[in-house]
Every structure is written in C-alpha cells, then in structure tokens.
Design a protein around this ligand. Structure first.
Ligand code: CA
Length: 360
C-alpha cells in the first residue's frame, strides 16, 4: 500500500513538474512590450515624478522585464502640457498628470482631479473606485482614445502664501494670485486677479511682488520652492484643492493589444502608486510644516470663517455657471454632487466627528 501511494505521489509530482515545464516556454514566447510614458512633471520632481518611476519599475519587475516602460519628464520627449494629445494620438502609450490640466478641452475633467470644497482623497477614492466615478471618467475620455486610472493624490493642499494678512473677503480684492482651475475662477469672483504661472516662475514673481499671493502644493513642495522666503503668511485649508487626484492615462489601442495579465499589472501598480504617493505627501508634509513653523517662523494662519463661507458660496455659483455651459460637465457634476452629499453625511459622523473628538 505504502509503495503504491508513493508511486501515485511520484506520478503526481512528475505531472506537476511536466505542467511547470510546459508552462515556462509559453511565458518565454510571450510578446515583449517597450512602452513610453510621458509626464507633466519637471525631471526629478519629488513624489510626483518619483511615484511614476516607481510604477514603471514595479511593472518591469512584475512582468519579468517583458513590459518595459521608459519614463520621460515634461519636456523631455513632449512638452508637459501636450502629454494628453501625445497619448491620445498614440505617439506614446502612457501619460501622467492631472485631469484638470485638460479642462480647456474637456471641462468635466475638473471633477476627476479636485473641485473646490469637494471631496478629499478618501472621498475621491471611494467615488472613483466604488461609486461609479472611474466609469464616468472612462466614458468622458473615450472619444480621446484614453483609458484613465487614478494614480496619486496630494491630500488636502494648503490655501497659499500671502504677502499680506487676509482678515476679510475685502482683503482679497485686487490681489494678483497664482491659482489655476476652478479655484482661480472662484477667486476672480472675489475680486482676485488670478494668474497662471509654471512652478519654476512662482518664487521670483512672489519675491519681487509681481504677484501678491500664490498657491502651490503643500508644506513639503512649497518649502522646496522657497516660498517661505518670499511671503510670511501661509494660509489653510486648501479649500480649492481638497485632495487632487493624479492620473495615469493609457492609449486605448495600446491597452487593447496588451495581454490580460499585463493589463492587471498596470491596474495593480497604478493603485499601489496611488497609495504610495498619498502616503509620501502626508508623511513629508507633516515634517515640512514643523520646519516652516519652527525654523522659518512662518505664520500658519487659518482663513477667517467668513472668508471661507463666502468662497464656498462663490464656488456654488461658479459650478452652476460652468454646468450651464457644458453638457458633460453638467452630467458629471450631478453624479459627483450626489456621491459627495452621501459622503459628507457619512464623514460627519465618522472622520469629522472623530477629528472633533480629538480636540475635546
Ligand atoms: Ca495646487
């Protein structure tokens, strides 16, 4: 009996081994892919560009180097703000940036990055992955031959650096501020003159007084840019960008040609990078905030409640006006609004209540 069992087992083992050896050549014969990924970020831009490079390396290792992705920073292969077109036209297979950069072409894209007074990172992840947000995003990008994925989140940003203190909404009137997107449109309603400046020009403009205020990212990136040497008042919260999502977009034809397991690797690595980047931002921002306070004597100030209330009201007006202009903006706005209302109600008795409990 024993001997028979042994023979059975041995035969089973041999079968397993045979299975393994026949599977190996199948993998070896699998097609190799050399893809290009262009980003909107400057070379070596911390966290943003680093996260993309980590993503490419993860996939290279997961695929045993059969899916190789060469990463190019903004301007290295195509200009930073032409990555959308480059991926859409199939010049390259992948791009990384933020959806709201394309809101000139696709107004609804704003919702897939951040909306003033909208959802934070947690809410955005819930909406995108589980609340139908990602499906909507894919529908909106379909005519451009793009398949988007959430890949990174800055967390709640800071409200910005101001040369003078802001004590009332009237103090905003006439200020020149670097603030892009919907946040800029809201600020314009408050009498601000919003300007667009690339990262590399912000410090000099603020230091020389060409602009009176600027927003950028959060303590870590802002400190690296030296903004604390150009203005002393650092306001919170970043009402205009409460948890901006970064995007990976893949050319839909290239995506369709990819074997399923490689598609799964991309999806998995993008989700991993989504968490990795957010964790990096949170960990580095908390340290940088301490340094700004203690070493650089920055005034960390909260926007007065009345200013926030009025900006919130102006945001509502702005969103309604934008919705009236564009059908897909209107549709995504509806979906976003309905999800974020439920999210806020849940957050009131979960996160918000817990944050309040910590202060008692
Ligand atoms: Ca920002």
């Amino acid at each position: 009996m024993k001997r028979r069992d042994f023979i059975k087992k041995a035969a089973g083992g041999a079968l397993l081994a045979a299975g393994a050896t026949t599977a190996a050549p199948a993998i070896a014969a699998r097609k190799r892919f050399n893809w290009k990924l262009v980003t909107t970020w400057p070379p070596n831009f911390p966290i943003f560009q680093e996260g993309v490079e980590k993503f490419a390396k993860d996939i290279e290792e997961m695929s045993d180097r059969r899916l190789r992705i060469s990463v190019y920073a903004g301007g290295e292969l195509v200009p930073a703000l032409q990555t959308f077109d480059a991926v859409s036209q199939g010049t390259v297979q992948m791009g990384h940036g933020a959806a709201y950069y394309w809101s000139g072409k696709v107004p609804a894209a704003q919702f897939f990055t951040a909306v003033p007074f909208g959802m934070n990172a947690q809410g955005m992840n819930a909406w995108l992955y589980k609340g139908g947000g990602l499906q909507l995003w894919r529908e909106i990008y379909k005519p451009f031959n793009l398949v988007p994925f959430p890949m990174g989140n800055t967390g709640v940003q800071m409200g910005g650096w101001f040369r003078k203190e802001i004590n009332s909404i009237a103090d905003l009137k006439g200020l020149k501020m670097r603030i892009p997107g919907l946040g800029g449109k809201v600020m314009a309603k408050a009498g601000v003159n919003p300007v667009l400046l690339p990262g590399g020009e912000i410090y000099t403009a603020l230091e020389r007084g060409t602009i009176d205020a600027t927003e950028w990212v959060g303590p870590y990136h802002d400190q690296r840019l030296g903004l604390h040497r150009a203005a002393k008042n650092y306001y919170y919260p970043g009402w205009h960008e409460p948890g901006p999502v970064l995007e990976l977009s893949v050319n839909s034809k290239a995506w369709a040609e990819l074997p399923k397991e490689y598609q799964l690797m991309i999806e998995t690595a993008a989700a991993a990078a989504n968490i990795w980047m957010h964790a990096e931002f949170e960990a580095k921002n908390m340290t940088a905030l301490q340094e700004l306070k203690q070493n650089h004597k920055v005034n960390i100030l909260e926007f007065p409640a009345d200013v926030i209330k009025q900006l919130r009201h102006l945001t509502q007006e702005t969103l309604e006006q934008e919705a009236a202009k564009d059908l897909s903006f209107r549709q995504v706005y509806q979906a976003y609004k309905s999800f974020s209302q439920s999210n806020d109600a849940w957050s009131d008795i979960s996160d918000a209540a817990y944050a309040k409990a910590l202060k008692l």
